[in-house]
Design a protein around this ligand. Sequence first.
Ligand SMILES: [Zn+2]
Length: 336
Amino acid sequence: MRMGTYQKTQWAQIDNAFKKEIRTALFLNEHSSLDYLYGSTSAGAMRIPVAAEESEIFRIDSAFKLLSTKDPIVQELAGRELGETVREATRKPARPIDISEWLNGDHTGRPGNSQTIWTNARGSTRRLEEAVKWAVNEKDELMLQTDSITLEPSHKRFVATAIRKVLRKRRDEKLQSLPSQGKAMKLVSKTKASSHFIRSGSFTRFVDWRFIHRARLNLLPVNGQPWVQEQGCRRCQQQFESLAHVLNHCPPALTNIEKRHNDIVRRIKTAVENPRTGCKLLYENETIPGAQTRDRPDLVIEKETTFLWWTSPSHLRTEKTRSKRPGRRRGTSTST
Ligand SMILES: [Zn+2]
């Protein structure tokens, strides 16, 4: 990749072959957003490297490393060779600012027949669509700039990481802007805990992957989709079978919903009982003495001066179902 032996299109063929296999492993169909595969883990995506993109990043990275190496001879040779390349292309003396503009693709220049590390770096910078730009610092040294950081010659080890971060951030934003597939991902991206199972595998089995990735992208075959004519629930008589209905509200599934709720409560209780957490369980499913409300939170936990009231989102039910269970608090809340 660093030497530019293969073209981007050749790496893209590898990506294409991997893409199909990864989607199969995640039980996603061909309509699923690719940004879910290639986005960042912090936003809940899978962070699969894109070979074609990596080849572009490494071309820029290699060029920058040559120009900023600590070896004065190599640095001088690299700078001189780049200057000559730019002078030949632009047909005028190459000042540092001209070199940075040429690397950014600002000069049209003469199309060269030969491929060099510098023309490769220029092409890659253009193809990454302003994810990274070349610039010049006060010492007339070339540096790189992304949306959030400036990479001076001393930061040469972080170039590839910084560019990848920008590209993944773009993908995360694009995924979360999708009206259907991005709806849940907006919430998933709020905390890394939502995606712990992807890397650690804790508390999940691979068989759960048949459900979870499709559920996150709203791609489960529920009836409540705009293109489905009969949108009613296939298990009860509700008129709209949405994912929320199936998971939390469908009456025939209430026994399982209750069981899931109790399992979560049990798991939180087990964690709270560990003295290292510094938490203390005050009340469980009972009204709080002296409180104005008769709500019965599932758990009331004290940590230093913070009180956490926890109830399972499974109790976000329809009004009809909820009215049969008076005195239960809805949703999750935190008070200090
Ligand atoms: Zn139903």
